[in-house]
Structure formats: structure tokens, C-alpha cells
Design a protein around this ligand. Structure first.
Ligand code: ZN
Ligand code: ZN
Length: 332
């Protein structure tokens, strides 16, 4: 499907700044027609509903730009039925604001290659909706153990110690809501984990309009295949809640602990991510920006010639900076 401006026929897209559909050509707002695809994806090909060009479609693509006319195309059959997301957090951070954010964060990296923050390079940035599974659990968490309380006092020339033993039992029903796990193969799990949290109170009912102007994927794997990641978060949290409910003892020995799932529910949703892939000396340096909160995750490229230029005068300072940019950065 494609969204066409009623006024000029241009491609209407979702504006993160205005939180509504706009036409970038005539500035009309919320005035568009939805034109659906008349055919399905066949042999990884589909015709553009606007220009008719044959678009190569990857296995998981659900929204992309037509390589011929540049318009934003959403594949109808991949936002319906089993692929209909229950909810979405729409982009709140627009491309210009995202570019400004990256410039602000990295302007002090004087040893970065000269074009790292150039308009040409930053313009290659692309907004992606990443598929997630969200798991809800109703759990029963039980702790059984032995606690001691030790009391000491002195009477005459004797020192007395009294140890009292207690059965410590905690039996709690703990609900968990919307534990997230990304269902995209190309999105590294550690990056998505660092990119959290999203503000889940901002989840909206899915509408295909939100995808217009962005790329999107359907889930790459079924909910059961990646549930282990959500279960681990749930079990770690439940254990921590049990532990924090036990206090006032000199010591506690755990005899038994169980966390049972009484009820489970799974929903499918899409989360916004800006991706900036910087190419330097034939290597790719991907940067990811949370499209809602603006949190940046990435690996900074270093220009050797510039680093050498500073080596003799600013060695100590540079070493400190290099140490902070090696590996994956999590910048708020
Ligand atoms: Zn228009
Ligand atoms: Zn086209």
C-alpha cells in the first residue's frame, strides 16, 4: 500500500515531529488516500503500487522505499493476519533531530574521520521499525528457607549468645507485563538490550500509516524461539523481589525456591530505531539511535592519520578518550 496526498498526489509520510501524516511536497496534513497493492509478493518480487516498477523484497521486509520512484511502500500481506502487529511505538525523533543529536554527541571526537558528521554521510541514515515479542506472565514465586537471629549479652563474667531459628516462607503472586525481546536477526541482541528502555506507556494500536516513510520488518522468528530471553528477565526479577522481601535476619539459607508461570500471553509489536552505517576504509561502523528516547548505541571509527597527529602532544588525553570509545558505546 501507499499513501497519496489528496492535494498533489505526492507520497504522504508519517512525521515524527508533527505526530501526523504530512505531504513533503505541498505541506498538506492528514489529507491522503490509501492505495492498496492489487497483487501479492511472488518469488520475492512485488510491483510498486505507484510506478509499477518491480521491487525486490527480502524475506522479512514489510515496508521500504521503491528503488525506482523513491516512494514509501508497505506490503499489505505483511501487515495483516499473523503479521498484524498488536502495537507500535511510532517514531518521535525525526531525521533532522537525530542528525543534530549525533553531531552534538560526537563533535568533540576530533580524531574521527572528517566526513563522519558530514551532511552527505548522515543523510544515509534510515529509520527502521524493529519487530519485538512482548511477553506477559502471571507468576507464583515461592521461597522456603531457614533464617537465624542472633542475640548476645553479658551477665557477670559470662557472655551469652542466643541463636533463634525461623522458617522463612514467602509465597507471592507477581505479574509481569510486556517483557521485550527483539525478533530481528539483523539487529544484534546486545544492541537492542542496550537501547532499552522504550516508554511502553506510549504503545499505540498499530496503524500502517506509522510505517510510511520508514523501513519495517515482520518478526524473523516465532515467539517461542526467543522466549528464553524474556523468561530469564522474569526469573531474575522474581528472585530479586523475593530476596528484597526478606529482611531482619542475621543469616538466611535457601532450601527451596520455585517460580511458576500460571498464565502467559504474547503480543507482537514494532519499535523505532534510526540506523546510521558509516563506511570507513571498507569497514562498516553501525550506529543505532532509539527513535523514541534518542539513546545512541554505536562503535566510533578512528582515523589513524588524525590519531597520529595528536599522539605526541595529547597522549594522555587521547588514551583516555580511546579507552572510552573502544567497543560498544552506550550513550544516553
Ligand atoms: Zn501534497
Ligand atoms: Zn515506485
Amino acid at each position: 500500500m501507499i499513501f497519496k496526498c489528496k492535494n498533489c498526489g505526492g507520497n504522504a509520510v508519517y512525521s515524527p515531529e508533527k505526530r501526523r501524516m504530512i505531504c513533503p511536497y505541498c505541506d498538506s496534513e492528514n489529507s491522503y488516500d490509501r492505495k492498496t497493492n492489487s497483487n501479492d509478493i511472488v518469488s520475492n518480487m512485488e510491483n510498486c503500487p505507484d510506478c509499477g516498477g518491480t521491487i525486490p523484497v527480502e524475506q522479512f521486509d514489510s515496508a521500504m522505499h521503491c528503488p525506482y520512484c523513491g516512494n514509501s511502500i508497505i506490503f499489505d500481506e505483511r501487515v495483516q493476519g499473523e503479521y498484524l502487529p498488536k502495537f507500535i511505538i511510532p517514531f518521535e525523533l525525526g531525521k533532522d533531530n537525530c542528525k543534530a543529536l549525533i553531531r552534538e554527541k560526537f563533535k568533540k571526537l576530533t580524531f574521527a574521520p572528517a566526513d563522519f558528521l558530514s551532511e552527505v554521510c548522515l543523510n544515509t541514515m534510515q529509520g527502521d521499525y524493529v519487530p519485538f515479542w512482548f511477553y506477559d506472565y502471571k507468576t507464583n514465586a515461592v521461597f522456603e528457607g531457614q533464617g537465624t537471629k542472633v542475640r548476645s549479652w553479658t551477665s557477670g563474667s559470662y557472655r551469652y549468645t542466643e541463636t533463634s531459628y525461623y522458617n522463612v516462607v514467602r509465597d507471592m503472586n507477581i505479574p509481569f507485563e510486556k517483557l521485550p525481546a527483539d525478533a530481528s536477526i539483523k539487529m544484534p541482541d546486545n544492541v537492542m538490550d542496550l537501547m532499552e528502555p522504550y516508554t511502553y506507556s506510549k504503545l499505540r494500536d498499530f496503524e500502517p500509516e506509522y510505517l510510511s516513510g520508514f523501513n519495517a520488518e515482520i518478526y524473523n522468528m516465532p515467539a517461542e524461539d526467543i522466549e528464553g530471553r524474556a523468561r530469564k528477565k522474569m526469573e531474575d526479577d522474581a528472585s530479586a523481589i523475593l530476596r528484597s522481601s526478606i529482611s531482619g535476619y542475621s543469616s538466611v539459607i535457601k532450601n527451596n525456591q520455585s517460580i511458576r508461570v500460571l498464565d502467559r500471553n504474547v503480543n507482537y509489536g514494532l519499535m523505532p530505531v534510526w540506523k546510521y552505517v558509516y563506511q570507513y576504509k571498507e569497514q562498516e561502523y553501525p550506529f543505532y539511535v532509539n527513535g523514541e528516547t534518542g539513546k545512541i548505541i554505536g562503535t566510533a571509527p578512528l582515523s589513524k592519520s588524525k590519531v597520529v597527529g595528536y599522539t605526541f602532544t595529547l597522549w594522555a588525553l587521547l588514551t583516555a578518550i580511546l579507552a572510552s570509545v573502544n567497543g560498544i558505546l552506550g550513550l544516553i
